[in-house]
Design a protein around this ligand. Structure first.
Ligand code: GLN
Length: 308
């Protein structure tokens, strides 16, 4: 790894994808996100052997948005038995936009997977049922995983999402109508929006998600976060559902388990080797970072990595 990778290699990859600027669109359905400059571009890699590489805007914090869906699932896996989770949410790709209501009606309130909004809202409903302070608990976990004590929620983004929450509220209420949502909708939405509004940098994200490359633990962690089997399961869900309706296209181009967020971040895992975080706020039509995908594609081609 060290012989083929260094910060200059990453800088060169950034220059390769920079011309894509202007081809995507910064998310505007959450008004507080529109203020972010589309110019931003960063990458960070943390390896299981303890190395760290970075280039571009890798230290600048941004809204992690749906990357938080992986973290909330991990917390649920720590507090619930397997059956309790997977009777309420599925494990299959949805083939639909992340905020779609269509399947939910047809499939009687059971979301296809935990990485679309409906699935993440069910997971947040579970956390509300079993944790005394779900927001505080998430902060503690993320601070521990990232080894960074000042990770925080961006309250402006969280409020902006709550003020424009019609669709997510509709999803939650539809699930409630099918008996798959137990707590107060507004309370759970607030938790979910706060998780989405965590502000983190690529470096912090690569470190946070390193446990998924290292069988559930990481060199900087005192104890495992997940068992090796749970880790494989989360990676499998990321590979099949982490990029919404473009999971197949992403598998074709990049070939790694990954999760995207509408803040323009993507985290990708090379099992047994490294966690990669990229950030470029302009999105494609599926809500995935356009240059971020191109950057991961260029990187995996250069390194010759894929899980397939
Ligand atoms: N907070 C966003 C939403 O609920 C997250 C979506 C995303 O990042 N894909 O719409």
């Amino acid at each position: 790894m060290a012989t083929v990778m260094d910060n200059d290699v990453l800088e060169a990859l950034l220059e390769q994808v920079r011309p894509l600027k202007g081809q995507g669109k910064v998310a505007d359905y959450i008004p507080a996100l529109v203020t972010v400059s589309g110019d931003k571009l960063g990458i960070a890699i943390c390896t299981v052997s303890g190395e760290q590489f970075q280039a571009g805007d890798a230290d600048e914090r941004f809204s992690i948005q749906s990357l938080s869906k992986v973290l909330s699932l991990v917390v649920a896996m720590n507090h619930y038995e397997e059956d309790e989770i997977w009777t309420r949410v599925g494990k299959d790709p949805s083939g639909q936009p992340f905020n779609s209501l269509l399947q939910l009606e047809i499939e009687q309130g059971k979301p296809r997977n935990p990485f679309i909004n409906a699935g993440a809202l069910v997971v947040c409903d579970m956390l509300q049922s079993r944790l005394s302070a779900p927001r505080q608990r998430m902060l503690e976990i993320v601070r521990k995983l990232s080894a960074t004590p000042d990770i925080a929620f961006d309250s402006v983004v969280a409020r902006s999402e709550f003020e424009h929450s019609a669709r997510n509220a509709a999803i939650a209420w539809l699930m409630k109508s099918f008996g798959n949502f137990n707590n107060d909708v507004a309370t759970v939405l607030q938790n979910y929006f706060h998780y989405c509004a965590l502000k983190m940098s690529c470096v912090e994200l690569a470190r946070t998600f390193l446990f998924l490359a290292d069988k559930g633990t990481a060199p900087h962690l005192a104890e495992p976060v997940l068992t090796p089997q749970q880790t494989r399961q989360v990676n499998a869900l990321m590979a099949t559902s982490g990029m919404y309706q473009n999971a197949g296209e992403f598998a074709w181009r990049v070939g790694l388990p990954a999760k995207s967020g509408v803040g323009g971040g993507i985290v990708a895992i090379v099992p047994q080797e490294m966690a990669i975080a990229v950030w470029s706020p302009e999105l494609d039509e599926a809500g995935n970072s356009l240059a971020g995908i191109a950057l991961l594609e260029a990187l995996t081609q250069q390194l010759g990595r894929s899980v397939y």
